[in-house]
Design a protein around this ligand. Structure first.
Ligand code: XMP
Length: 317
């Protein structure tokens, strides 16, 4: 029978055997998968694991600082890289969703490669790939593969001649969470909603500017914090806010306003392949709308997305 403890023991033993005294480099995202994978590899080889956590300027408010801190608490050897400017430069003027994804992917590889080259004698690349990523990347062929270029499986650039270690590639998400809990990874990481690699860039429809990121971070923060404070966060599979590329007329005091519209999205799902919009309580939605409009400069209207997947997708881009 599968238990997280036997999985941990056998995986750590296998990793020790496989990696020996070599060095491993690994990119962390702040998400469950890469955090659990890194912690397992760290159990096996300690300081020979070098983790890289990149601030791409597209993370949630305070996320970079908070996640970096939890990684340090876990004892991981983490190199934090502030690459905000590099990503904003790469994204300047791009509005097409796939063009944005590609620019972000390229910028990440450049930043990661720079860091990897600073580490002596790296032989392995650690990855947080889980079983559903493996199946999807094998089975998704033809036109459906290009609906969105999500998955980073097999995305190893040629110039990094490294072998891959993927300790979670036989596990489903709930098993990854169990293993993470058994490894004493904080609940703030384990229970975290999925968050896309391109981050807020695919929730800002159209082109990206630092100012738009700031606005969306404030909106998202109020919404996510609201879900947590109301005990709704764990009942939702994924939630976030979307900054729309339109302005609408409003009124503030006796002034006419002409400002941005944001959409809130919260879905229930098992694996992200299908999803239902969540019937958040009206009272909660009303409270969020007031808080967002009162507190976030430049936003005068909030709407709630009531579309399921299919035919909509979870992200708007
Ligand atoms: P969609 O929008 O296709 O999203 O219904 C399904 C799940 O995948 C996430 N997603 C991404 N994750 N890179 C990622 O790492 C991406 O480009 C990307 N696009 C969507 C989305 O957040 C949801 O969890």
């Amino acid at each position: 029978d599968w238990t997280s403890d036997t999985f941990i023991d056998s995986t750590v033993a296998q990793l020790k055997e496989k990696i020996g005294n070599d060095n491993v480099v690994m990119g962390l995202s702040g998400g469950v998968d890469s955090s659990v994978a890194a912690t397992l590899i760290h159990r096996a080889i300690g300081k020979n694991l070098y983790c890289v956590f990149v601030d791409n300027g597209l993370l949630r408010k305070n996320e970079y600082e908070e996640v970096l801190e939890s990684y340090k608490t876990l004892g991981l050897n983490v190199i934090g890289v502030d690459a905000k400017k590099r990503f904003y430069d790469a994204l300047a003027g791009l509005s097409d969703p796939e063009a944005k994804r590609k620019a972000i992917g390229r910028a990440f590889i450049e930043v990661f490669d720079d860091e990897a080259h600073k580490i002596e004698g790296v032989k392995w690349l650690g990855q947080g790939t889980i079983y559903p990523d493996v199946i999807e990347s094998v089975s998704v062929k033809g036109p459906s593969a290009t609906i969105k270029s999500h998955h980073n499986v097999g995305g190893l650039p040629d110039f990094m001649k490294l072998s891959v270690v993927e300790p979670l590639n036989t596990l489903f998400k709930d098993e990854v969470r169990e293993v993470g809990r058994a490894l004493d990874i904080p609940e703030a990481i384990i229970g975290r909603h999925p968050f896309p690699g391109p981050g807020l860039a695919i929730r800002i429809l159209g082109d990206i500017t630092a100012e738009k990121v700031k606005t969306l971070q404030e909106v998202d923060y109020i919404f996510i914090q609201g879900l947590k404070d109301s005990g709704l966060y764990n009942q939702v599979w994924q939630a976030g806010a979307i900054l729309l590329p339109i302005q609408s007329v409003g009124v503030m005091g006796d002034e006419r306003t002409y400002e941005k519209v944001v959409a809130l999205r919260a879905v229930g799902s098992v694996d992200g392949m299908t999803a239902d919009w969540i019937h958040l309580p009206y009272e909660f939605l009303g409270k969020m709308s007031n808080e967002i409009i009162n507190r976030v400069k430049g936003v005068n209207r909030v709407v709630y997305d009531i579309s399921s997947k299919p035919p909509a997708t979870i992200e708007w881009e």
